[in-house]
Design a binder for this molecule. Structure first.
Ligand SMILES: Cc1cc2nc3c(=O)[nH]c(=O)nc-3n(C[C@H](O)[C@H](O)[C@H](O)COP(=O)(O)O)c2cc1C
Length: 322
């Protein structure tokens, strides 16, 4: 998620869940290919499995960017066909591409030719006055013919005029049923749903209804313990739920190394603010981290002092024999 997530966030999220697939924020192909912004590809090997999301609409340039991503070791290259911002539209990429399935197919075909890892697409159900019922299956069909087998569908339209990107994540109504119908129509495709999902129960409901995956954005960022820490046992059927306090301890060496390399404490801790959402002491944790991390010399000790403000997690309920 642009401006929110980065490699530090993904490192934290990977500690919370071994199996959730993590995505980079959108990196534009022009920035990589023409701008030489290879630093945008940097990540920690522990983040695997991790997908690189690209923005662009020039098949040759996207192929080159995909090659760079695969060369850097990303497990999947994802094309963004969902971002509605003006900046993105003027470069003709993101959601506006829902209007040009032929061009998206060319992009996907070029990217697939360039790399061995999966090339996937994240899209909306449609844009503006498109009849999504008709245009979405046509879009999926066209892009599938170009070799894309996995799609993540944000279950609302993007309205390209008059809404800010933020409004475009909330105001156009969600149509989960349409996404479910797409799975019935295209059983051979791997379809994940995205948009407005705020709990693992809700996610499990979509899997039970036949979808292949669920992508969670804002809720996972704001309350990573609720979404990611229990994802391995509840969704992937393996491991145990992680305790956020243990995760903080596991972050300490990472933070120390980041500081040693000249990084700033808040660059890492800003992603940790929501770790204790809903737990006693969460407010003190947030406050200490928000206020203290910019002070000269602030480091792991501050993080541990903030952690001391948080109550230990309650013990698991005893089994009842009666
Ligand atoms: C700050 C912010 C930045 C985002 N950046 C991206 C992005 O780079 N690429 C992308 O595919 N979606 C991006 N999104 C959209 C989310 O991936 C997701 O589709 C949307 O928030 C709906 O899902 P949610 O309700 O689970 O958050 C962004 C969302 C937010 C809030």
């Amino acid at each position: 998620m642009m401006d929110w997530t980065d490699r530090h966030c993904r490192y934290l999220h990977r500690l919370l869940s071994r199996h959730a697939l993590l995505y980079t924020e959108m990196v534009t192909a022009p920035a990589l290919v023409r701008g030489g912004a290879v630093h945008l590809l940097a990540y920690n090997p522990q983040e695997h499995p991790v997908a690189l999301q690209l923005g662009g609409s020039d098949p040759t340039e996207l192929a080159q960017a995909a090659r760079m991503g695969a060369g850097a070791g990303y497990d999947e290259i994802n094309l963004n066909v969902g971002c509605p911002s003006d900046r993105v539209q003027s470069g003709t990429f993101g959601a506006v591409l829902m209007l040009q399935p032929g061009l998206v197919a060319d992009c996907v075909a070029a990217m697939r030719d360039a790399v061995d890892v999966d090339v996937t697409v994240k899209c909306r159900i449609g844009v503006d006055d498109q009849q999504a019922e008709d245009t979405l299956p046509a879009f999926l069909d066209r892009i599938a013919q170009a070799g894309c087998r996995r799609f993540t569908i944000h279950a609302r339209k993007a309205w390209l005029q008059g809404l800010s990107p933020k409004e475009n994540r909330d105001i156009p109504p969600l149509d989960y049923d349409l996404v479910l119908r797409m799975k019935q129509q295209f059983p051979e495709l791997h379809l994940s749903v995205n948009g407005g999902i705020t709990s693992l129960d809700q996610a499990q409901g979509f899997l039970d209804a036949g979808l292949d995956g669920v992508m969670i954005g804002r809720a996972a960022y704001h309350d990573p313990a609720a979404i990611l820490a229990a994802a391995d046992p509840l969704i992937f059927g393996t491991g145990t739920a992680r305790d956020a306090a243990d995760i903080v301890h596991e972050m300490i060496p990472y933070i120390a190394a980041h500081l040693q390399n000249g990084g700033k404490l808040h660059q890492v801790t800003r992603h940790m603010l929501g770790l204790f959402s809903g737990r006693p002491g969460a407010r003190a944790w947030r406050r200490m981290l928000s206020e203290g991390t910019h002070r000269p010399g602030a480091g792991p000790d501050l993080v541990l002092a903030a952690l001391a403000q948080v109550s230990p997690s309650p013990p698991a309920p005893a089994a009842c024999a009666g």
